[in-house]
Write a protein that binds this ligand. Structure first.
Ligand SMILES: Nc1ncnc2c1ncn2[C@@H]1O[C@H](COP(=O)(O)OP(=O)(O)OP(=O)(O)O)[C@@H](O)[C@H]1O
Ligand SMILES: [Mg+2]
Length: 592
């Protein structure tokens, strides 16, 4: 188990706050150092400074001649205290910042890892914008929170405790408990508004992230429908919708800004009242100047941490709103997972059976009903039927994008739910209708399914897929950049790249879902030969509306409303003039 796998396991096994420490497994020393430095900062800041102030001002205002060494101590003590304070502050902020970033990095990887494990079904229901917001914007807010919080989270509470300690010490020594009472009363007065504002902050931060998710989703939508938007002249309505969504984001930002900016002034006003009272009672009680300076110093040094803690509270609320959205994503059930005791599976032969398989997508009607099918190694099968008959669903089930509702799918006699997902999918080459191309060279794209393949193997695969010729005609051959999403290639060229990928992957089971639908007659013939080459010695499942593809098919399964309605060779079925297959053929030929 590598570091990340251990982290993931620990993360899910631990509860609450502690799970985040899983990511600090190899940074424990840094974390400890940060805490110790934070505590020392707090003590030197909150306690030592008022005490040094008292000691120094007592000496300075004593109106007696001071020996040189006392004067030196009095002058140097604040410098030493401030230097130590600054050093501890730097160590604390740096190492806590490091630990915070380590946790954030862990969370980022966990989110991405989770996205790879989410069931395919989830992506059908969720907009990509929602995932992008959680992966980028929510983690950016967390990053901001971690940076600012890690600088203060230990220092300020300890500084506050230190200052209270100094206040208690001074009041005890000079029996002026009234100052202490004023201080505690003032603290009590500020705590209520801080708590109330913090609660509001969390609500507003949640709202803000939701509106941000809205604009990210809208943007992603817009980018995925560039051609349609222009074709239907939707530009203006798109802009006006986006404008109103941006308006919502702005009003959400202003709402949370309102709460975040009123905290500091409230505390400053209360602090000034506290110091005013301190002056009043100092005069009334004839407090010595040295004690007065130390007391106001301690009061100031205790209000400063309160102010910072209140700001932290707001930041933490905003961060926790983002964190709870991230946790919501991390806690989505994976549904399709590896079995507890997987069967060891190497390269499969490729004999597939559907044993009374039924399946429905969620609560909806059955998409497949009691399917019994046997497919043997080395043969090519076609799944034919009208739109919505269940062809893609059958392919989805073999790939375990979904699990069957009833019955079982077996490959070489092993229930696919007893195999590790990786082992199963390694044995399948899947060529979808619109293959996804990555933004890299032609060669990178073909190698995507088999990163270890050599350049010679890439060329060999391309030749077999009838892609070699068109690739050589591109300006830089195999080094030509494909462009984001393969924008510079035609549908047929993309499909041939996908077929070359399948050659390189060399899996015993092949699934083509409408893989030839985007081809013209010329390239279809070429791709045909490519596919025919590929099917040798493999179990091939061809989902196709094209009857021209049937020449390479051994057995056709005709699906009708989720059931197998007819089975036979293409010739047999074509001879049965009352078959669904025959009527589909007639429709395609324009004869009916
Ligand atoms: N993600 C989904 N959620 C709910 N229902 C779905 C989903 N995908 C497909 N269906 C439904 O399942 C049935 C079978 O769909 P499927 O995609 O398997 O049909 P198909 O035979 O591949 O059709 P086509 O030729 O149009 O690709 C249809 O009624 C469809 O509406
Ligand atoms: Mg389909």
């Amino acid at each position: 188990m590598n570091f990340w796998e251990k982290c993931r396991k620990n993360f899910h096994n631990r509860a609450g706050f502690w799970k985040y420490f899983s990511f600090l497994k190899d940074s424990k020393l840094k974390f400890l150092l940060a805490i110790v430095a934070g505590v020392l900062y707090g003590v030197s800041s909150g306690f030592c400074i008022p005490v040094i102030l008292k000691f120094s001002s007592e000496k300075v205002f004593s109106q007696v001649d001071l020996p040189l060494y006392t004067l030196l101590i009095v002058s140097i003590a604040p410098v030493i205290a401030m230097t130590l304070r600054a050093t501890f502050s730097i160590i604390n902020a740096y190492y806590l910042g490091f630990c915070g970033q380590k946790i954030l990095q862990g969370l980022r990887v966990m989110i991405f890892d989770k996205i790879q494990r989410l069931p395919v079904e989830y992506f059908k229901k969720t907009e990509p914008g929602a995932l992008i917001t959680r992966s980028l914007s929510d983690t950016a807010i967390l990053q901001e929170t971690i940076i600012s919080v890690s600088q203060e989270i230990i220092k300020q509470p300890i500084a506050l405790l230190g200052a209270i300690g100094a206040l208690v010490f001074l009041c005890y020594k000079h029996s002026n408990v009234i100052i202490l009472l004023i201080f505690f009363l003032a603290v009590a007065l500020v705590v209520f508004p801080i708590k109330a504002i913090g609660k509001k902050m969390q609500e507003k931060a949640m709202g803000l992230q939701q509106t941000t998710e809205g604009i990210t989703t809208k943007l992603a939508h817009n980018l995925s429908a560039v051609q349609e938007i222009r074709a239907f002249a939707m530009e203006e309505s798109e802009v006006s919708l986006y404008r109103s969504m941006c308006g919502n984001v702005m009003s959400s930002v202003m709402k949370s800004l309102k709460y975040s900016i009123i905290v500091s002034p409230i505390i400053e006003i209360v602090a000034s009242v506290g110091i005013g009272f301190a002056m009043f009672f100092s005069y009334k009680m004839q407090i010595q100047p040295a004690v007065f300076i130390a007391l106001t110093g301690a009061l100031y040094l205790s209000y400063e941490p309160i102010k910072k803690i209140a700001e932290l509270n707001n930041r933490l609320k905003a961060g926790s709103a983002s964190l709870s959205r991230i946790e919501e994503l991390l806690n989505i059930p994976e549904k399709i997972y590896d079995p507890a005791n997987p069967m060891p599976v190497g390269r499969l032969v490729g004999n597939i059976t559907f044993g009374n398989v039924s399946f429905s997508y969620g609560e909806s009607e059955k998409a497949l009903c009691d399917i019994v099918v046997q497919m043997e190694h080395g043969k090519t099968y076609a799944l034919v039927g009208s739109s919505g008959a269940g062809k893609t669903t059958m392919a989805n089930l073999i790939l375990r994008f979904y699990d069957v509702t009833a019955g079982a799918i077996k490959i070489d006699g092993i229930d696919i739910r007893n195999m590790r997902l990786k082992d199963l999918r390694k044995n399948i080459s899947y060529v979808p209708q619109s293959p996804t191309l990555i933004n890299g060279t032609m060669c990178d794209n073909i190698k995507w399914s088999a990163p270890d393949a050599s350049f010679e193997q890439v060329i060999e695969a391309s030749k077999k897929a009838y892609a070699h010729k068109f690739i050589l005609n591109l300006e830089n051959g195999y080094d030509t950049m494909v462009g984001e999403g393969g924008a510079r290639l035609s549908g047929g060229q993309k499909q041939r790249i996908a077929i070359a990928r399948a050659f390189l992957r060399d899996a015993p089971i092949l699934i083509f879902d409408e893989a030839t639908s985007a081809l013209d007659a010329n390239s279809e013939r070429e791709v045909h030969i490519g596919i025919e080459n590929l099917t040798k010695n493999r179990t091939t499942i061809l989902i196709s509306h094209r009857f021209t593809m049937m020449s390479i098919v051994d057995v056709v399964f005709v699906l009708d409303q989720g059931k197998i309605a007819e089975v036979g060779s293409p010739e047999e079925l074509l001879h049965q003039t009352d078959s669904i297959y025959y009527s589909l053929y007639q429709k395609q030929q324009g004869l009916k």
